[in-house]
Design a protein around this ligand. Structure first.
Ligand SMILES: Cc1ncc(COP(=O)(O)O)c(C=O)c1O
Length: 492
């Protein structure tokens, strides 16, 4: 499992064999200095090799990958020139990011070009989320302003979340078929913070955690930062193989399993009820905490939304996380964890040590957004259905050789390019202003899912069409297949 692990060792060094194990097989088979530099840079950008980690001495790495020392020296030189490593006399070569470069997760969020002072990030197909529904946000803000003065008389710290919001979130779970008390809800700054808190509370460095493969890239980053060993269960756009998933869970007995059963990110698959039951049973039997990410559960485009996975008996080991980011807006940083009241208390103690409390203003806005959900959500779903149809039409027009499966919900298509060129294509596309989630970003192991691109249908139809046209052009112009071909986009 060395491949799925990030290297965040206590002494901040990565050994030559550890690094060699993280490199894609084709780089080790035929190490050229450019391909080596390219692969190390990708590991740094993906967070698989942490920042401020000392790389192996050139001679050792040369031995481990079967290259000449000159090749490794040239690769390190290239990384140094482009700002991905720094060498200190007498203390070796250390990883870092070039000045002004966005860090790992943020890199995807702000587009592959990094931060842009004027906010122009080109055509952003890297993020599967929409802008706020204008009317409901301004309305919620106006209502929040009315309630704020009363709350503003108190110091404003509500580490569990505003009582009314906890009650509203609990009530929504109850209406969806999972009876929930407000004490079972912790309000967080989005689902990502919810996940990081759960991992922080329940796991210790070195623990084994199982995720789907592929899975949500920022969840993988959170596991890497927590120094956990990641095992995986496969999911594709045709769904999960629960026989294999069950035997993986029984054999590895992980501390925690993380799943996205509702319109899984990035494949869009929806887990059938029978598989939910089996997953619940096997994780209970192995004593594994089961974290169910429901962030996309409401984006049910062609089917009714499923009842929460935890709404079955014997689900005390399930923690359910969610947020308003897909139904409303990622800029309202409100999400939640639903678990037993005892776990919620423990999670809250941890949250106080990280950010004390959530923003009262955001929570007030969230309270009104939730109250308005039954009206606003159908409008959003209509818009997404239209945009999905527009994306499909653009793909059929510009790249009929690509294939994809239209799923019953979610915000993106998991497109099969037919060739393992996704990273190279994403880099070419970035050079013409299209930012896109290459397949490997979602893989537990490096160099995987190179034949896949995740294309969200969250932009307006004309932007989608222009994005797909540019992607198709980059694809048809010939994407370099072999690693190490000149990639002017990143080489300084
Ligand atoms: C599956 C999944 N989980 C969590 C998140 C993070 O959401 P939030 O903005 O609520 O932190 C996302 C956002 O893309 C997601 O797709």
């Amino acid at each position: 499992m060395a491949n799925g692990r990030v290297v965040h060792t206590a002494d901040r060094m990565i050994g030559s064999r550890q690094l060699a194990a993280l490199l894609p097989a084709e780089v080790v088979a035929r190490p050229g200095y450019r391909s080596l530099a390219d692969a190390v840079r990708t590991l740094i950008l993906d967070g698989r090799v942490a920042l401020h980690v000392r790389l192996p001495a050139e001679r050792e790495l040369a031995e481990a990958v079967g290259a000449s020392r000159a090749t490794v020296t040239a690769a390190y030189d290239l990384l140094r020139q482009s700002g991905y490593v720094r060498s200190r006399r007498g203390s070796g070569t250390w990883t870092e990011l070039p000045d002004g470069h966005a860090p790992v997760g943020a890199h995807a969020l702000v587009g592959a070009g990094g931060y842009s002072a004027d906010g122009d990030t080109g055509i952003d197909l890297a993020i599967a989320a929409m802008g706020a529904p204008e009317d409901s946000l301004t309305d919620a803000l106006a209502r929040a302003a009315v309630r704020l003065p009363l709350l503003a008389r108190s110091p404003g710290y509500h580490p569990f979340g505003l009582p009314d919001l906890r009650a509203a979130v609990a009530d929504r779970f109850t209406r969806r078929g999972l009876p929930t008390r407000p004490e079972q809800i912790l309000v967080t700054a989005g689902a990502q913070q919810a996940f990081a808190l759960v991992v922080g509370l329940l796991c210790r460095p070195g623990d084994r955690v199982v995720t789907e493969n592929p899975t949500y890239a920022n969840a993988l980053d959170a596991l890497r930062h927590a120094r956990l060993r990641t095992g995986s269960i496969a999911v594709s756009d045709t769904g999960w193989d629960l026989d294999i998933a069950e035997s993986t869970l029984r054999q590895t007995v992980p501390r925690l399993a993380y799943v996205i059963p509702d319109f899984h990110n990035p494949t869009g698959s929806l887990m059938p009820p029978e598989q939910r039951r089996r997953l619940l049973d096997v994780t209970r039997a192995t004593g594994t905490w089961l974290v169910v990410d429901e962030t996309i559960a409401d984006i049910a485009l062609d089917v009714p939304p499923a009842a929460p996975l935890a709404s079955r008996s014997g689900a005390d080991h399930v923690l359910t996380i969610g947020s308003l980011s897909k139904t409303h807006w990622g800029g309202v940083r409100v999400g939640w964890v639903r678990a037993t009241a005892k776990l919620i208390t423990e999670l809250t103690a941890l949250r106080v040590s990280t950010d004390m409390t959530g923003s009262v203003l955001d929570q007030l806005v969230a309270l009104h957004l939730l109250a308005d959900l039954d009206r606003s959500l159908p409008l959003r779903l209509d818009q997404l259905r239209e945009r999905r149809a527009a994306l499909v039409a653009s793909l059929e027009r510009h790249t009929p050789e690509w294939s994809w499966r239209t799923q019953p919900g979610g915000l993106s298509l998991w497109v099969d390019l037919g060739e393992p060129v996704s990273s190279a294509l994403a880099e070419r596309a970035a050079a013409v202003g299209v930012h896109i989630g290459r397949g490997a970003r979602f893989g537990v192991d490096p160099g995987t899912f190179e034949h896949r691109l995740r294309i969200p249908y969250t932009l307006p139809a004309d932007r989608l069409d222009e994005g797909v046209r540019l992607l198709a052009q980059a694809f048809h112009d010939g994407v370099p297949l072999a690693p190490g071909v000149e990639r002017p986009y990143w080489v300084a």
